[in-house]
Design a protein around this ligand. Structure first.
Ligand code: ADP
Ligand code: MG
Length: 787
């Protein structure tokens, strides 16, 4: 089998610095060939921490370095596309991101949650792979995806189709099995079939949503777990029994941060311990692989190294992306990451083409071969079949002969099998055809006419004769025109069959319905209503639905509204909503243009038909006139059609692109909504807990007051993991500024960017203040009722 020997390709990506972060000094040198180098200079004040290590500057080699400005499409093109191509060719592939928390692993592998252009390697790879599969009609492809999260040595299936997983522990547990050939199998990890990009993307988002929901501030799953999204492709040529199977792992590793920071206790950097134990085992595996002549590689020490065994020192094309966040605070982590990368770069993999024989297909093939051989044997031994051929068999033979005769390809053979009776029949049939060419379908009426003509001539009535002749010609023309129409239709049908292979032309034949407001089928991506109505909790995907909506109390719902409005992500959602509106408008406009083009093309086709009829009529009515077969008018029409088809195709491709973008945006928004709801739940129950711990009444002119009876309802609600939180004063003076409803949750602060205000001050903005006051008043009313 074909084999490719190659070291693991190692890339670096530097995350853009935040506004307030101070830059550490580093420089990138792209000029060196064939590798680029990254030099990190440790600032003097930090360098003291590197005891025993006098160096102040470190240089690392990478296949390529993506500096802060590098965009996602460039990263995809250079890193992921070559691996995806190998996977399409039947080799295994792995791309993994390694780096400290916050350095951009998830951004690189999955993508940012805000912009369509921020989508990462996974969605881009899916798009690329499905595009390529569609183009290649020489093979039959099947694609599946799986999504595994490993946290604390336990595997979880993120593509669990059950709806209401709210903790990691609710997801199906995945375990490792090793067969007698020491191959790893993952038990309980579901492989979901994805026949197109849309289905695969929906699965990715399902997994990401499960990943998000399963995360709590306690388990910090996102920084401490590894996530492996795998695309499984199998392909075979039609009729062949050989199947190629390949896998592409896209891996978002746990944060690589270590406990001992520079300067703390004067540790050397290399002694700093991973927070994540499985990354420690990963490093051991990599050290072992990089050492020459090491026979034992400790893959089995952790689940993650077991799963990635083939990707490291095995049958796989592997690429690593070291993500770096090189600000001053993170210099030591960045250096560790680069050091790790340098070791990985030494590892050699041997990727082999994963071909195997499918026994079921082999049986089918062998059976056919046996039948062929039996037939041949019977022919050679002269053992004759004596029974008569059935009527059905004869008809089949007639058909075979007819297609054979019609086929212009000189290479075509007439294959009736090794049956003497059939072969004989064919010769007889051919002979019949040779001696009596078919006359039945093409009656030539002019013979009858000329006979009639003679009789009329005898009568000598010239005028009558001419009149009759004219009548005859008229009839002829009618008959011929009808025939032409039928032929034309046949030709068009054939043309349609031809076109049907390209999606674009197939659409051409049926009206495009782009009725944005009405289409509501689940597979439809164009429900504008949904895009408009962000605040409604109608979920696009059934698996995203959570039961919280039904349980929410009125007060809780109000708090949620305020929370939602002030959540940093709601700006993103609003932005995306606006963008989505624009895209819808574009799609609608494009759709209209496509419809116009379609009718234009159909109109041109109609003109050609018309032209045919006219010319046929002309040919019949004045047969003497030589009409050239070439018709410049028709030629021009055909060229016009070609032109229109071309612009149709370009437009259709844009239309398709927009469709994908709209779907992506909708999923991003859905995810944003889920995130807000989740943050709210966390905040809400935290608040409830805080209030239960301090049940005393809080009174102050500037602070809102909590009532004991309110706390009771809190306890009750928090049992459902929901609780009332906001402190409200009944004596609130609405005119007084600086009053605030305090959202005092430390975890929330840590989890949301600083722009998300955690308190609602009265701002002086009349609309905002009116909202807040309405909120407070509503709360008072509820309290009074309860009291
Ligand atoms: P990790 O997964 O390594 O913990 P993330 O991918 O979550 O890190 O990145 C942390 C933050 O930085 C996120 O808000 C992300 O959007 C942002 N970020 C990371 N890399 C980039 C980049 N190349 N361009 C813009 N933003 C980025
Ligand atoms: Mg991450």
């Amino acid at each position: 089998a074909a084999m490719v020997k190659e070291t693991i390709r190692v890339y670096a990506r530097v995350k853009p610095l935040g506004r307030r972060q101070q830059a550490g000094t580093y420089s990138v040198d792209d000029e060196e060939d064939p590798l680029s180098s990254l030099e990190i200079t440790v600032p003097r004040d930090l360098a003291d921490g590197f005891v025993n290590n006098k160096r102040e500057s470190y240089k690392f080699k990478f296949q390529k370095i993506f500096d802060q400005e590098a965009k996602q499409d460039v990263v995809f093109d250079s890193i992921a596309k070559p691996v995806a191509e190998c996977v399409l060719a039947g080799y295994n592939g792995t791309i993994f991101a390694y780096g400290q928390t916050g350095s951009g692993k998830t951004f690189t592998i999955t993508g940012g949650a805000e912009r369509y252009s921020d989508r990462g390697i996974i969605p881009r790879t899916l798009s690329y792979i499905f595009d390529q599969l569609q183009k290649d009609s020489s093979k039959v492809y099947t694609t599946h995806v799986s999504y595994l999260e490993i946290y604390n040595e336990c595997g979880y299936d993120l593509l669990d189709p059950r709806h209401e997983a709210s903790r990691l522990e609710d997801l199906p547990k995945v375990t490792i099995m090793e067969d007698s050939d020491q191959n790893i199998h993952l038990k309980n990890l579901s492989l979901q079939q994805a026949t197109n990009e849309e289905e695969a993307l929906n699965l990715l988002f399902l997994g990401d949503t499960n990943r998000m929901i399963a995360e709590t501030p306690m388990n910090q799953a996102s920084s401490r777990s590894h996530c492996i999204f795998t695309i499984h492709i199998s392909s075979k040529e039609p009729g062949s029994a050989t199947v190629r199977r390949s896998k592409l792992h896209l891996v978002d590793l746990a944060g690589s941060e270590r406990v001992a920071k520079t300067g703390v206790g004067g540790h050397l950097l290399t002694e700093a311990k991973y927070i994540n134990l499985s990354l420690h085992y990963l490093e051991q595996v990599i050290i072992a692989l990089a050492e020459k002549n090491r026979s034992h590689i400790p893959y089995r020490n952790s689940m993650m190294t077991s799963v990635l065994r083939d990707s490291l020192g095995g049958n796989c094309m592997t690429a690593m992306i070291a993500t770096l966040s090189i600000d001053k605070r993170n210099i030591d982590e960045s250096i560790s990451t680069c050091r790790f990368a340098q070791r990985v770069a030494l590892i050699k993999n041997e990727a082999v083409l994963n071909e195997e024989i499918d026994p079921r297909l082999m049986i089918v093939q062998l059976k056919k071969e046996i039948q062929d051989l039996k037939d041949e044997l019977e022919l050679v031994t002269g053992k004759e079949r004596t029974s008569e051929l059935s009527q059905e068999e004869l008809l089949q033979l007639d058909e075979l002969i007819e297609t054979f005769l019609k086929d212009n390809d000189p290479g075509t053979t007439l294959d009736v099998g090794a049956d003497m009776r059939k072969i004989k029949y064919c010769f007889i049939h051919m002979k019949r055809l040779m001696n009596h060419p078919t006359t039945s379908d093409k009656k030539i009426p002019s013979q009858d006419i000329s006979e009639e003509e003679d009789t009329k001539k005898e009568s000598g009535e010239e005028l009558e004769k001419l009149k009759d002749l004219l009548q005859q010609r008229d009839n002829e023309i009618n008959i011929l025109v009808n025939m032409l129409k039928k032929e034309k239709k046949k030709a068009q049908d054939a043309l349609f069959q031809l076109n049907a292979t390209s999606a674009c032309s197939a659409v051409l034949e049926q009206p495009l319905s782009i009725n944005l407001e009405d289409r509501q089928s689940p597979s439809s991506c164009f429900s504008l209503k949904e895009a408009k109505d962000f605040s409604s909790s109608v979920h696009r995907l059934p698996f995203l639905s959570r039961q919280t909506g039904g349980k929410m109390s009125l007060g809780c719902q109000e708090a949620f509204e305020v929370f939602k409005r002030d959540h940093a992500d709601s700006i993103t959602i609003e932005d995306n909503k606006q963008l989505l509106k624009h895209r819808f408008a574009e799609v609608k406009c494009l759709g209209e243009k496509l419809n116009e083009l379609r009718s234009k093309i159909n109109h041109l086709k109609g003109e050609i038909t018309q032209r045919h009829i006219q010319r046929a009529a002309l040919a019949v009515s004045s047969p003497s006139e030589e009409l050239s077969i070439f018709d410049p008018v028709e030629e021009k029409l055909r060229m016009q059609i070609e032109e229109e088809k071309k612009s149709y195709k370009t437009m259709f491709n844009r239309f398709k692109g927009l469709k994908v973008e709209i779907e992506h945006l909708q999923l991003l928004m859905e995810k944003g909504k889920m995130k807000i709801q989740k943050d709210f739940e966390v905040w809400w129950s935290e608040e409830a807990k805080n209030l239960q711990e301090k049940p005393e009444m809080v009174t102050s002119p500037n602070t809102v007051t909590t009532y004991p009876q309110f706390n009771k309802s809190l306890q009750h609600l928090s049992a459902n993991s929901f609780s009332e939180t906001t402190r409200v004063s009944p004596n609130e003076d609405p005119a007084e500024k600086n009053n605030s409803i305090t959202f005092s949750n430390p975890t929330l602060k840590a989890r949301t960017p600083p722009s998300s205000s955690t308190s609602i001050p009265l701002t002086g903005d009349s609309q905002a203040d009116a909202d807040i006051l309405a909120f407070i008043k509503a709360r008072q009313r509820i309290l009074q009722k309860k009291g």
